[in-house]
Design a protein around this ligand. Structure first.
Ligand code: UTP
Length: 306
């Protein structure tokens, strides 16, 4: 299976952290986000991965490259899993010259995927699902022989942040798409099915991208390309079991760190008293977000030496 991972966005929601480093390299617990995404692709059966990068994203290539200073056999067991991933899948890179939208980024995979169907996972989103989300989509693709994307129910006040699918439910949780809207006003649609950023495409998506008009900001949106594709062939959306962390959103990045750390017994034991203390103190006056000064104040309050 070929999988494309767009990772060329600017990450403006995470400034200043992303001013000079790719958001896909921000760590969650002990590894960069992009590694989780590649792990999901490999666990789903990918043997060939194309990562779409851009200016300032060299660290992504370096992460999956051979590094003589670290690769000396067995010295760094922490790297063994990464080495295993690279053994399972060939990882390629293509550059998007400017971040001109997700459809533009996916369109760059045309030469690479050719006439085959292919999966897409976003470089800034971790899906925690069993079976892995892309595997679930691929199985669905094999039954339907049609483009299929993951969707979830979103709250009305979040509709304007999502691509929204309107469609007919053909079997439980599986919708044949009739209309797709990019970030609509909630009053424009009664649907609350939001596109989450995992897809399996037929190669026909490329000609649909060619016929898609850029939005008001000059970007090519994949939701609009999918709307074009629905006129040519059936397109499906499916709900899924699992949790999705859009790490481009700084709160969800924080949540992922906390939840992942809490899943490790050793960390959980150390985290619990900290969380309990924070909850106990939550009625205290508002402090600047976790500044070292505010942490000192907590410690001083409890009589710790600095
Ligand atoms: P996002 O819209 O979440 O990423 O795109 P962004 O543009 O970096 O985010 P903000 O709004 O500025 O914070 C989802 C995924 O698609 C990639 C991004 O890197 C991200 O992984 N993407 C987006 C591209 O590869 N190229 C683009 O032109 C746009």
């Amino acid at each position: 299976m070929k999988v494309v991972i767009p990772a060329a966005g600017l990450g403006t929601r995470f400034l200043p952290a992303t001013k000079s480093q790719p958001k896909e390299m921000l760590p969650v617990l002990d590894r960069p986000i992009i590694q989780y995404v590649v792990e999901e692709a490999v666990a789903s059966g990918a043997d060939d991965i194309l990562i779409v990068t851009g200016r300032g994203k060299r660290a992504l290539e370096d992460h999956f490259d051979h590094s003589p200073e670290f690769d000396s056999s067995g010295k760094y067991p922490e790297l063994e899993h990464l080495a295993e991933l690279v053994r399972h899948a060939r990882i390629h890179f293509v550059r998007q010259r400017e971040p001109r939208g997700l459809a533009d980024a996916i369109g760059l995979a045309r030469q690479h995927t050719g006439s085959e169907p292919f999966g897409v996972l976003l470089g800034d989103t971790i899906n925690v699902c069993e079976p892995p989300l892309l595997r679930q989509l691929w199985d669905r693709y094999e039954k339907l022989q049609a483009t299929v994307m993951a969707v979830e129910q979103v709250a009305a006040e979040k509709v304007h942040d999502y691509g929204i699918v309107e469609g007919k439910e053909e079997s439980p949780g599986v919708f044949r798409c009739e209309r797709l809207l990019e970030k609509p006003d909630p009053s424009e649609t009664r649907s609350r099915l939001g596109i989450t950023g995992a897809y399996v495409f037929t190669p026909d998506i490329y000609s649909a991208i060619d016929r898609t008009r850029p939005d008001a900001r000059g970007e090519l949106q994949i939701t609009d390309a999918l709307q074009v594709l629905t006129a040519d062939e059936p397109v499906y959306a499916t709900t899924f079991q699992g949790t999705r962390y859009d790490i481009g959103d700084r709160f969800l990045w924080l949540r992922a760190n906390l939840e992942f750390a809490y899943g490790v017994p050793e960390h959980r034991a150390r985290l619990r008293p900290i969380l309990e203390r924070l909850l106990e103190e939550s009625s205290d006056s508002v402090r600047p977000h976790g500044s070292p000064r505010s942490r000192r104040t907590h410690r001083q309050k409890r009589g710790h030496a600095e």
